[in-house]
Write a protein that binds this ligand. Structure first.
Ligand code: ATP
Ligand code: MG
Length: 193
């Protein structure tokens, strides 16, 4: 692939960890910055592909890996399926997990292993800030470098409208500004900015 192109995998063997939500919204963010963005939907469930077919996303989504290396994109995100045995592609991988010790235990050995060869960005997802245990868990992870993606209805609302929180129609919706800010922090780290 083009050496300037950035490939960012969103990967976890755990189901429902927010992989697709992160991949879609980070792609929406990159696109809102004027970057040419491709999202590869590596998941046979095809959630990203299904959403893209509604026609509101400002970036391209491919439902499988292209045969030829794409060169026309600035950044490529890969939305991995759960329970995959595939190693995440590229040198940057975002690993989301929900804020419980059990969820983390499902990915901790992969984080250690992948960190030997890749930049691993941990994201504590679906965090409910009103709950004591998840918050204590998330604060501990943050002190070790993880980012947060808070539980926000705006993410579900954007998905139900087949778009992302970076859709201009979402700029004034409650929680959207905070969602954009937390995604920007994750994106900057992934892009080494
Ligand atoms: N930060 C969030 N706030 C609110 N809802 C969220 C958030 N992140 C994800 N969700 C919701 O949680 C559910 C699971 O998220 P998502 O589909 O992104 O996970 P996934 O890791 O891609 O799942 P799978 O392993 O099945 O591919 C979805 O209904 C999504 O809308
Ligand atoms: Mg998914």
């Amino acid at each position: 692939m083009d050496s300037l192109m950035k490939l960012i995998s969103v990967w976890s063997r755990k189901g429902g960890a927010s992989k697709t939500t992160l991949a879609l919204n980070l792609a929406g963010l990159a696109s809102s910055k004027g970057l040419k963005v491709l999202l590869i939907d590596d998941d046979p469930q095809g959630s990203s592909t299904w959403l893209a077919e509604r026609g509101r996303l400002p970036f391209e989504v491919m439902s499988s890996w292209p045969n030829e290396r794409p060169t026309e994109f600035d950044v490529v995100f890969v939305d991995y399926p759960p329970r995959t045995d595939d190693t995440p592609a590229g040198d940057t991988v975002i690993i989301p997990y929900r804020p419980t010790a059990l969820d983390f235990s499902a990915v901790s050995s992969f984080i250690t292993k992948l960190s030997e060869t890749k930049k691993v960005i941990e994201v504590v997802t679906q965090l409910d800030r009103r709950l004591k245990e998840p918050m204590e868990f998330a604060i501990d992870k943050k002190s070790k470098g993880a980012h947060w993606m808070v539980n926000r209805s705006v993410y579900q609302r954007a998905a139900s409208e087949a778009t992302t929180v970076f859709d201009p129609n979402f700029s004034n919706i409650s929680g959207s500004r905070e969602a954009r800010t937390e995604l920007e922090i994750i994106f900057r780290e992934a892009m080494n900015e």
